[in-house]
Design a binder for this molecule. Structure first.
Ligand SMILES: Cc1cc2nc3c(=O)[nH]c(=O)nc-3n(C[C@H](O)[C@H](O)[C@H](O)COP(=O)(O)O)c2cc1C
Length: 325
C-alpha cells in the first residue's frame, strides 16, 4: 500500500509501532521494521545517551530496514539529557523521530539539519496544527481510546481524525484503538494515511516483555482500562489492577488536594517491575481500550500480514460489494 506516510518513511506498509516505555527495545522495533512497518525504539527507556547509541546499534544488527526513535519531552523540572539523546540519534544514522509530550520546537532545527523526519504525537487538533506550523513532517493523532496519555479533551477518534483531516496539510496517522485491518481501512476512510499502534504490539511474540503482560492484554476486555492522574492534568489510560484501585481511591479521598507525592508508590519506577519481572500489581501501566480486540499473540510479521490482508479484503470485496449492489 502506498500513502504519504509510506513515502515519507520509506516503508512498505502504513503501520507504525509507537514508542512504549520498557517495551520499545531493539527486538520489537526491528521485528516491526522487518515486517514492513516502522519500528520505534523508546529513547528514554535507555538511561543515558550512550545506552541509546548501543540500542540503536543493536537494532541495526537485526534489521536493514528504516526504524525510528521516540523522544518523549517530559514536563519535569530536571530534564533528561535531550541534546545527548539527539546526538545519539544523529550519529546512529536514524532518520525518523517520533516526538511526544511537550512541544519539540527547540529541537527541530537540529533534527531537520540532519535530514531526520519528525512525527509528533498529538491528542488535539490545536496541537497538531502547532506541530505542522513548527515544521513537523507528520503527526500521530492519538484519540481518547489510546493507551498512555490521551490528554484532557476526551475526543475519540471518530471525531478527532476527520477534524484533523479538515485542518491539516501534513499527513497524519490514526493512533489509539487500532488493532487490525478494519482499523486501518477506517483510519484511511477518516482521512489518515496510516495507523500507529501501541497496545496491539505488546501482545506479539517479539515484544521483549514478560509473558504475563501479554496474557493480561489478551484476557482484558474493552471495559478494563481506567483513567488515572486526571486531577493532576496528566491523565493516563492504564489497565485496571490492585495498584490502580488504590490510586483511584486516593484520588477520590484527596480530591483537589491530591499531589504527585501521594501516588508516587503506584506510578514511579513501576515499568521495569511489570514489563521485565511480570509483577502485574506493581503499579499503573499504560494500556488501551483496544485490549478488547486483542485475542492472540502473533509474531509481528503475522500481525502485519494479517492487517494488510484483511484491509485489502475489506476494500476490494466488502466495500466494493456495496458499490456494485
Ligand atoms: C505500555 C505503554 C507505554 C507507552 N509509553 C509511551 C512513551 O514512553 N512515550 C510515548 O510517546 N508514548 C507512549 N505510549 C503510547 C503509544 O506510543 C501509543 O501512542 C498508544 O499506545 C496508542 O494507543 P493504543 O495503545 O490504543 O494503540 C505507551 C503506550 C503503552 C501501551
Amino acid at each position: 500500500m502506498k500513502t504519504r506516510i509510506t513515502e515519507l518513511f520509506g516503508i512498505q506498509h502504513p503501520i507504525i509501532q509507537g514508542g512504549m516505555h520498557y517495551v520499545g527495545l531493539a527486538e520489537l522495533a526491528a521485528a516491526v521494521s522487518n515486517a514492513g512497518g516502522l519500528g520505534i525504539i523508546t529513547g528514554l527507556t535507555q538511561k543515558t545517551p550512550e545506552l541509546l547509541a548501543k540500542e540503536i546499534a543493536r537494532c541495526r544488527e537485526m534489521t536493514d530496514k528504516p526504524f525510528g526513535v521516540n523522544l518523549t519531552f517530559l514536563p519535569t523540572v530536571s530534564s533528561p539529557d535531550y541534546p545527548g539523546y539527539i546526538q545519539a540519534i544523529i550519529e546512529g544514522g536514524v532518520k525518523a523521530v517520533e516526538t511526544a509530550g511537550n512541544n519539540p520546537q527547540k529541537w527541530m532545527p537540529l533534527l531537520k539539519e540532519h535530514g531526520i523526519k519528525v512525527i509528533h504525537k498529538c491528542t488535539s487538533v490545536r496541537h497538531a496544527l502547532k506541530a505542522e506550523a513548527i515544521g513537523c513532517d507528520a503527526v500521530s493523532v492519538d484519540g481518547f481510546e489510546c493507551g498512555g496519555h490521551p490528554g484532557e479533551d476526551d475526543v475519540p477518534n471518530f471525531i478527532l481524525l476527520p477534524r484533523a483531516a479538515e485542518e491539516l496539510k501534513i499527513p497524519f496517522v490514526a493512533s489509539g484503538g487500532m488493532a487490525d485491518g478494519r482499523s486501518l481501512v477506517a483510519a484511511l476512510a477518516l482521512g489518515a494515511e496510516g495507523m500507529n499502534m501501541g497496545t496491539r504490539f505488546i501482545a506479539t511474540k517479539e515484544a521483549p516483555v514478560h509473558e504475563k503482560v501479554k496474557q493480561a492484554i489478551v484476557a482484558a476486555s474493552e471495559l478494563d482500562t481506567r483513567l488515572v492522574m486526571r486531577p493532576l492534568r496528566n491523565t493516563e489510560r492504564v489497565l485496571n489492577n490492585a495498584a490502580v484501585e488504590r490510586l483511584l481511591e486516593k484520588e477520590k479521598t484527596l480530591g483537589a488536594n491530591l499531589k504527585f507525592e501521594d501516588i508516587i508508590e503506584e506510578v514511579a519506577g513501576v515499568y521495569p517491575r511489570i514489563m521485565q519481572n511480570g509483577d502485574m500489581d506493581a503499579g499503573a501501566w499504560s494500556c488501551g481500550m483496544v485490549a478488547g480486540l486483542i485475542h492472540d499473540v502473533p509474531s509481528c510479521q503475522e500481525l502485519i500480514d494479517s492487517i494488510m490482508g484483511q484491509a485489502e479484503q475489506i476494500i476490494t470485496q466488502r466495500l466494493a460489494g456495496f458499490q456494485r449492489a
